[in-house]
Design a protein around this ligand. Structure first.
Ligand code: FE2
Length: 303
């Protein structure tokens, strides 16, 4: 499709719909498998696999938000097509390590409008795909491009797309940058005030079962803990500092537990609410737990 678009052919939207629905079916079977697979993308396949990844993330996210089936599919197609305007930007600029000149920056920033124009002239592109193409680089504080739209002016599709696009980019290895782990990515993205819709970013994290540093979570050990960092490649590989026993309803000496997708490690059941547990001052408590000196725990068997 990208090659065709580069040569000036119309985008074959019907094939994209078929691809989006098989990606959707694959996610139904195993939500994480495809998303983790495309993280292995190589440089020259970057835009292609980034598009597949954003499609998968959008479908997974849209289902989590319980949007209707047609919207889920259209958002998947939109994910596949969101960066199609990059065919108008030269590879040297797209893959250039380091800072771009003003002119190069302008060329890159033209891709949403170029993509929108390309789709508008192609038959059958869903409205949501045109919208996502044009708006995925807008930010909720109005500092994005091309429109500088703000908050409520941005559609749900635009706000979802901005999150999925950046999340996949920062969790990918690029010629000039090591990938962040999912936990690192979410933690950083939460700090970029004004970039994303914060409530929607939380829903996105829930859609993937990933947790930012500082999140209160419930463990399969019956404890509450705070996410303190990430430990490995898999989405699940994080360290949680357990500090509260839910059965005894009492604090325990903080201990760091390695979470991993294997039977001998505890699992995260889900995000939990400090209000539910009636912690009198959650910020103070969290600060104290995060600052606690931790005795070295028992050695993990599989080192
Ligand atoms: Fe883009």
């Amino acid at each position: 499709m990208f090659e065709g678009a580069r040569l000036g052919r119309a985008v074959e939207v019907r094939r994209m719909v078929r691809l989006a629905s098989s990606i959707g079916a694959s996610i139904e079977r195993d939500a994480k498998a495809l998303i983790n697979l495309v993280r292995l993308k190589e440089k020259d396949q970057y835009t292609y696999l980034h598009s597949v990844a954003v499609c998968a993330l959008m479908i997974n996210f849209a289902r989590h938000l319980e949007l209707d089936a047609q919207q889920v599919q259209d958002l998947g197609v939109a994910g596949l097509l969101h960066d199609v305007g990059k065919v108008a930007v030269s590879d040297e600029i797209l893959n250039k390590p380091g800072a771009l000149s003003k002119g190069e920056m302008q060329a890159v920033r033209g891709h949403p409008v170029a993509g929108h124009r390309l789709l508008a002239s192609s038959q059958g592109a869903p409205e949501l795909a045109l919208e996502l193409c044009l708006r995925h680089h807008e930010k909720v504080d109005g500092t994005g491009y091309p429109g500088g739209l703000k908050g409520e002016q941005l559609s749900l599709a635009a706000r979802m797309g901005a999150i999925c696009d950046v999340y996949d980019a920062v969790t990918s290895n690029r010629p000039y940058k090591q990938a962040w782990t999912p936990c690192e990515a979410l933690t950083e993205m939460q700090k970029w005030r004004g970039h994303f819709d914060p409530a929607l970013l939380d829903r996105f994290a829930d859609s993937l079962g990933i947790y930012a540093v500082g999140t209160l979570v419930r463990l399969s050990t019956g404890e509450l803990g705070i996410v303190v960092g990430s430990a490995g490649e898999a989405d699940e590989d994080v360290i949680v500092r357990a500090f509260f026993d839910c059965d005894a309803l009492a604090e325990i000496d903080p201990v760091d537990r390695a979470i991993a997708p294997s039977a001998e490690h505890p699992r995260i059941i889900g995000r939990d609410s400090p209000t539910f547990w009636r912690f009198p001052d959650w910020d103070v408590l969290r600060h104290r737990i995060l600052a606690a000196k931790i005795a070295p725990g028992p050695e993990e068997g599989d080192g």
